[in-house]
Structures are given as C-alpha cells and as structure tokens.
Design a protein around this ligand. Structure first.
Ligand code: SF4
Length: 443
C-alpha cells in the first residue's frame, strides 16, 4: 500500500513551481498525493525564507503539523524550500519535530528522503544548490487553465536588502528549447495563460547566449497553439529594451501587462540598494513604456523604511506614486535580513515607522486603483472565467489587468448560459468596489 503525501507550498510562484516538480517526482516514485494534510502519512512544507513575515508563516505551518504529529495523526514532516536552504542548522536544533530537511539542491532526492523518514530515519540532504533542477515534470497546483513558466533560477543583481542570491544561488537560465517544449506540453494539457517568471525575467539567457533573449523566447511562445495569454512578471528596470516593448505592443497573445518592481525612486536610496536610476530616469522609462504600449497595465513593488530613508526620501516616493499612478502595486516594509549588506547599514528605522510609511503609500494607491476602476465603467473587457461563488451568486475571473494571487479579480452576473471554467468571456463593467470590477456577462 503506497504512502500518502501532502504538501503545503508557500512563498513565491518560483517556489510553487519547484513544489510542483517535487510532487511529480513523488508520484512517479509511487507515493499517493493527498490534498488533505490531515489524511497524509507525511507532509512536505515547501517553505519561504525571504523575509521575516514569510519565515514566521513557514514556521507556523511546521508547528501546526508538529501538533498533528504529536496527536499521532501524522508520521513525518519534511521541510524543503528557502527556509530549509537558509536555516538548516536552526531547523535541526530548534525543530526536533521535523524528520527531514532538504536543501533546494536535493529536490530530486525527495522520494528517497520520504522513504527514509517514513522508516523513522531523520534525514538531511544539502548538496550544492546549483543541483536544483531548472525544469521537470510537474503536478500543477494552479487551476488547469493557467500555469507559471519558470525560465531561470537565482539572481546576480545583488540588491543589498535581498537574501535571494544567498538562498537560490547565482543566476542561471534554461535553454529556449527547454522552455518552449515545456510550454507546448502545458498548452496541450489545457493551459491557456502562461505566466513567465524568474527572479529577473528580463535577464533571461544572458548566461547561455551572451545577451538577454527574452524577446526571442516570447516570439517562440506566441507560436504555440492553445496559448491565449502570455503574462510577464519580474522585469528589471534597467533591462527594458525597445525590442521587448515592441513585441509586447505588437503580439496579441502577450498581455499589455508588465510587472516592474522598482523598490524606490530616490537616486540616493536606490544606490544604497545597489539598484539603478532616480526619479527622473524612472519617470522617463515609464513614460516611454506607456507611449510604446498604450493601455499597458503597469504593476510595481516598493520598499518603505530602507535604512537611512529620510522623511524627504519617503515623501519623494509618495509623490512619485501619486504622479505616476501605477495600475497595480505592492509596498513592503524593509525587512532586516541577516547576511545581507543592508542589515548592517546605519539608520535602521523602527517597525512602527516602517509600517506607517507602508500604510501611507498603500492608502494613496488604493485611491488611485479605485479611480482607475471607476474609469472602466461601461467598458467591455475580456475575462478568464475562474469560478462561481455560491454565497454571493457572482461568477469571478481575471482580466488582462489581474495576475493571480497578487492582483484583484472581476465579479460578474450571468443571466443566460453558464460559462465554462477556463473559458474567455466578455464582461461589461458596471461598478468598481474596493478596486474590484463588477459587471455582467455580455451574452
Ligand atoms: S533583483 Fe534584487 S530583489 Fe530581485 S531577486 Fe534579485 S537581488 Fe533579490
């Protein structure tokens, strides 16, 4: 009788893809996958270890499972992902309930680790992180109409606040052929939206081809039958080429949506972050992007409370947010991450003050997004149908402007034939509530 294995996968979409590869190799090794951790013999916690709040969430999940184990409802707990990679020692010392700790380089050994821990053997595997497979068979954890497409791993940008290069290692790309082959397989399995991800998608291929070849990759992805939407996340501001803007403007399948984390706009703060630009150069870049791709949905991310950020620096960022009017945005409080350069910078700011700054930025952003939503009233927009909510009686889905898990959604009513999940429909926008659009299916 095969053992049942469950997984709790946390953190970013890149870690989610790694989790899907883990599940496929367990299935191939004869384990039965269980969506219910309470029914499983063993559970893998595919952790995030990027910033403090994410670490606490991962630890919380492990402790919840440890309680299940204490109650005899679970035989084994295995920890994978970034928290394992970054805190091997601490997990061994401080979490005796954990039976297996696996660094990202050992993901291919997961079936053997599970076998051993279920036989009662405490197991740790920490080969070089570069042994992490960049691709592999997957058990999709997303609804079958969309999937993430991870095109490279690691990062060499070395922003001073970021632990990812420490955890995931140096930047390394897949080949165009391997990405296209995977994308074709996903399309054949019914995936209609491909979400292109990496730590820095705009650097894709620079290590293998001597120059970034994201444009060449996008051109190939556009040729794949069945793919309706291609969404680009994690672009790096100083790698936005004219060729990239041209292909985004001219290829129908490539969504007019760009995720462009900026983190700040003050030249002084960006230099301290080991990032480039200032308010003038970033404004010029965004103006150019919007001129070349009219109607583009621009998403970004900011960090508030970076060490040494003065009230003036913060005000400059708040004004930038008000002036640029991003369509989508996240703002996070700086997290002092050990072993990163910024962790020892002068001028560390209190948690309260950091949170005050985050709240101010997000308050003005919510106002902007509500105004932008209200400007959509009467428009008919294309929506990818994702489900029906019995309690509200609304159908829901995502438009071009909504990336899963990080953006909003579109709610709509249907008076005639029910739409199919994973189909594309037109919705007439009638209202905007809390930045979410509400409308009616165009029958
Ligand atoms: S670009 Fe900067 S923030 Fe993003 S993963 Fe790389 S080092 Fe971290």
């Amino acid at each position: 009788m095969s053992h049942k294995v469950g997984m709790v996968s946390l953190g970013c979409s890149k870690n989610q893809v790694d989790g899907e590869v883990l599940l496929a190799s367990l299935q191939d090794a004869g384990f039965t996958l269980s969506n219910d951790t309470e029914q499983a013999d063993a559970v893998i916690v595919n952790t995030c270890g990027f910033i403090e709040s994410a670490k606490q969430e991962s630890i919380g999940e492990i402790l919840d499972l440890a309680q299940l184990k204490k109650e005899g409802k679970l035989k084994a707990i295995v920890v994978t992902g970034c928290l394992a990679e970054r805190y091997q020692e601490e997990i061994r010392k401080e979490m005796p309930e954990v039976d297996g700790v696996v660094g990202i380089g050992a993901n291919q050994q997961i079936a053997d680790v599970l076998k051993r821990v279920l036989e009662g053997e405490k197991t740790e595997r920490f080969p070089p992180k570069l042994e992490l497979p960049l691709s592999g068979k997957r058990v999709l954890s997303t609804p079958k109409h969309y999937a993430y497409l991870k095109i490279s791993e690691g990062c060499d940008n070395c922003c001073t606040y970021c632990a990812i290069p420490l955890i995931r290692g140096r930047f390394r790309s897949r080949t165009i052929e391997s990405v296209v082959e995977e994308a074709k397989g996903l399309a054949e399995s019914g995936v209609k939206e491909l979400i292109v991800i990496a730590q820095d998608t705009t650097r894709f291929g620079e290590d293998l081809y001597g120059k970034p070849v994201l444009v060449e990759l996008l051109r190939e992805l556009c040729k794949i039958d069945g793919v309706h939407w291609i969404r680009l996340l994690y672009c790096y501001p100083n790698r936005i080429s004219d060729e990239l803007l041209d292909i985004m403007a001219n290829e129908d399948k490539i969504l007019k949506y760009m995720d462009l984390p900026l983190q700040h706009c003050s030249g002084k703060v960006l230099a301290e972050m080991n990032r480039y630009g200032d308010i003038e150069s970033l404004t010029a870049l965004i103006t150019k992007i919007r001129r070349k791709i009219p109607g583009l949905v621009l998403r970004t991310t900011f960090i508030a409370g970076f060490p040494g950020e003065t009230e003036e620096d913060f005000e400059e960022m708040a004004e930038f947010v008000r002036d640029i009017r991003f369509d989508r945005m996240g703002c996070f409080a700086y997290s002092q991450e050990e072993d990163t350069p910024a962790a020892s910078f002068e001028g560390q700011i209190s948690e309260e003050e950091k949170q005050r700054r985050v709240n101010l930025i997000m308050e003005s952003q919510m106002r902007i997004m509500q105004e932008m939503g209200e400007a959509q009233l009467g428009r008919e927009i294309e929506v990818l149908v994702e489900g029906y909510d019995e309690t509200t009686g609304f159908w829901y889905g995502r438009s071009e402007a909504d990336s899963p898990d990080i953006d909003g959604c579109v709610l709509f009513t249907v008076s005639g034939k029910k739409p199919e999940l994973g189909s594309f429909v037109m919705v007439r926008v009638e209202e905007c509530v809390d930045c979410d659009l509400i409308g009616a299916l165009v029958e």
